[in-house]
Design a protein around this ligand. Structure first.
Ligand SMILES: NC(=O)c1ccc[n+]([C@@H]2O[C@H](COP(=O)([O-])OP(=O)(O)OC[C@H]3O[C@@H](n4cnc5c(N)ncnc54)[C@H](OP(=O)(O)O)[C@@H]3O)[C@@H](O)[C@H]2O)c1
Length: 264
């Protein structure tokens, strides 16, 4: 399949599942959220010691390397571990083909983001890449917050959740307040791409307040084994009847991968 066809298939998939996305959002003050990750058939999102492994094939990867969402969010753990670019791949974004890079957003309470990571350095050389928004809290360790001017000089925007009621006592911003702030800054829909802690936090909050509109999981024909990191390893749902049962489930094959979309 050519890249154009792969891209069109990915677009078609997003538009097909938009009915899930458009189901009643009871929280108009926050962006619509697509929670997404790629996992092995034994439920792992990375390898031993959180090492990054290539799970998605090129056909399914294009689903995340597209321009359907205003923003794309990860936790700082993923930035430190994987050094992602979070931009549109296979196609050069540009006005002529109406493809734009999404706004990269990093959840990073204490501004641990490395200054030389791809998210900060790439936009210097690639005009179409967007500098990241970095969301921090009123961190317990305020010495780290002093790096804020450095990050801003490098081009990043630091969004500080200063009000105590917007953060935990550790200084970590509360997701609902972060999402509300992002909505005020023009983000109508955001794709949340991981990693493990962030996925679990979104699921926990969703159980309380239904913040996730659609879950999209790529299942790759790979076995990682017990050393790998699972998407929900530290999420306790007490099993049995308390399992989260997904609704409105849809599947599509992309190359060797199966992609599942559903309501959470
Ligand atoms: N297969 C996939 O689709 C996929 C996608 C992405 C990542 N990954 C894998 O996931 C792993 C990284 O996962 P991770 O759990 O270490 O890191 P993560 O989820 O990317 O980031 C977690 C960090 O984000 C910060 N954070 C800020 N606000 C938060 C909030 N409200 N809730 C949760 N975290 C918040 C916390 O650090 P502070 O407290 O310092 O702010 C936390 O330690 C890597 O192995 C990576 O390869 C896999």
């Amino acid at each position: 399949m050519t890249n154009v066809n792969k891209y069109l298939k990915a677009k078609e998939f997003w538009s097909r599942i938009s009915y899930i996305h458009n189901t009643d959002n009871s929280l108009p003050e926050i962006p619509k959220i697509t929670l997404t990750f790629a996992q092995s058939i034994d439920g792992k999102i990375s390898g031993k010691n959180s090492s990054q492994i290539l799970l998605s094939g090129q056909d399914s990867m294009i689903l995340t390397h597209q321009s359907v969402h205003d923003g794309i969010m990860v936790g700082v753990g993923t930035v430190i571990n994987d050094n992602p670019k979070l931009n549109v791949r296979l196609f050069e974004p540009g006005t002529e083909n109406n493809i734009q890079n999404p706004q990269p957003i990093v959840l990073d309470s204490k501004l641990r983001i490395p200054e030389n990571c791809a998210l900060i350095t790439l936009p210097k050389t690639n005009k179409l890449s967007k500098y990241p928004w970095i969301v921090c809290g009123h961190a317990a360790d305020t010495s780290k917050i002093k790096e804020e001017p450095i990050l801003e000089e490098l081009g990043a925007t630091v969004i500080k959740m200063e009000k105590p009621e917007c953060c935990l006592s550790t200084g970590r911003p509360l997701i609902k307040h972060v999402l509300n702030e992002l909505k005020k800054r023009g983000m109508d829909n955001i794709m949340v791409e991981g990693g493990s802690n962030v996925i679990q936090e979104f699921i926990r909050k969703h159980i309380e307040e239904r913040i996730v509109n659609v879950l999209v999981v790529t299942i790759a024909p790979v076995i990682v084994g017990g050393d790998g990191l699972g998407a929900t390893d530290s999420l306790s749902l007490k099993g049995g009847l308390n399992c989260l049962k997904l609704k409105n489930v849809d599947y599509e094959r992309f190359g060797d991968d199966i992609v599942m979309a559903s309501e959470l």
